[in-house]
Write a protein that binds this ligand. Sequence first.
Ligand code: SF4
Ligand code: SF4
Ligand code: FES
Length: 547
Amino acid sequence: MSTETAAPVQLLNVQIDGIWMQFPKGTRVIEACSQAGKFVPRYCYHPRLSSPGNCRMCLIEMGMPKMGPDRKPVIGPDGKAEIGWIPRPQISCAQDVAEGMGIRTDSPMVKECRQGVMEFLLINHPLDCPICDQAGECQLQEFSVEYGNGGSRFLEHKVKKPKNVEVGPRVTLDAERCVLCSRCIRFMKEVAHDDVLGFVDRGSHSTIACHPDRTLDSNYSLNTVDICPVGALTSSDFRFKMRVWFLKETKSVCASCATGCNTIIGSRENIVYRQTPRENNDVNSVWMCDYGRLNFHQLQSPERLTNPTIKGPSGNEITQWEIALSRASTELKRHRGDAVAIIASGSLTNEELFLTRKLGDALGTKLIDIIPRNAEGDKILLSADRNANTAGARLMGVTGGVPGSLLGLISTGLKNKTIKTLIVIGEDATTTLGEEIANAQLILSVSMLPNGTTKLAHLVFPSVGFAEKRGSLVNKDGRLQRLNRAIQAPGAARDDWEIIRDLLHGVSGANGIYMIEDVFKQMAASIPALAGLSLSKIGDLGVPLKL
Ligand code: SF4
Ligand code: SF4
Ligand code: FES
């Protein structure tokens, strides 16, 4: 056993607006002020990026202990070192606290500095607020009200800069709104590792631009929109679609790869308008990729399946849930054991996968697996495993060590016609098994969108997308996280777990599951890694599982 203990954190005495406090060595002055409840406005500072100190919005008054003739700090009547104030303002974003440091965030000098910086930043800023996407979450608006003086001495004509510039396939620039903070430039260089942006031209004509022959086409480009403190960089997808104050915010996770970035889904009147990253330092820091961010559009597909269907003489005919489920119950009783195969999606929730496993057990089959979905990953966030819950599928026993290893057996069974019943949940089995699935006498498909399998299926049950359901997922690092419902599913589509629960009910009778919490309770009772947990105990940031 190691006897080493972590070195104690050195605490430094710092006076902020007259009150002495202690902060760990290495704390940025701007962060120390926030921790002391004295917010200091900032544009260029971002806690996850380097600090160039170029906007000057974070100016404060600062001082260090006065030294006596003996080169020792002069001690004041309060027993603390007296502070010798530096006669000019200092930026607070690019230096750390020091022993005996004094900080003033609300002195007349600081107020005057902030008013001056605001007036200067607004000299060439256009009056775009009424039509700017950033309105409602714009730091230029907010700080102007909070720290500006409401007036301008600038009588000349404003400099006009390019507007509506497509700097990349997903990002649009309004250059005259830019306050030249360089956050976007630093993000692309330091986090996305694609040094594509820079400043060009001088003085009032200075603007950001892509390097020659380059565009802002990184899979992380939309993070620049998130961190742009003003409305200069906007999402081409979200631009002019919705005022941000109308959006309902739902905390959830991205279900487009095994990383499981934490997100906020912005929706209004049952439509998702945008997805933005939510801070989770154990998963995605404060970033997410463009691919996952924009994947919500499939929810609004005009192709969405909205009613159950039964294959009839004229193709898939719309029917009622009771009729479709009763038909499924009758048909599923015909075959048992390895005459049945189940193919599930590796992006289903744990609850859905748990019930899928139970359905497989009730039907006595071992032929149950997911279809692996691999593509190129990167060393930032995007995982090569594009299934959101491969780890959960393993935990629930829907797949083994190597996902998809039973697909070969299932394919052979379909070829030989020994598989009579094929249940496909959240997947298109034809992508891997081809048209051979048509050899099955009964194909049940649970799907949100039409695909090759729904075309061949005898019964199709319309299901829901990631933003339309609750449930849990396990990411590639074994972190249990929660999906939350932001919008209702269209038409008569139902939660996947309810559909699988009803199929299970048809095969093996009542199962005591009425709510999704009941599913989790059964999971927690039978899977040791989930013991003691519940959906509500997972919390907004998830919990690491001992797998
Ligand atoms: S575009 Fe936005 S993030 Fe980039 S330098 Fe300008 S204000 Fe800053
Ligand atoms: S990295 Fe993965 S989980 Fe994160 S946003 Fe992209 S697709 Fe979604
Ligand atoms: S936030 Fe400190 S100089 Fe910009």
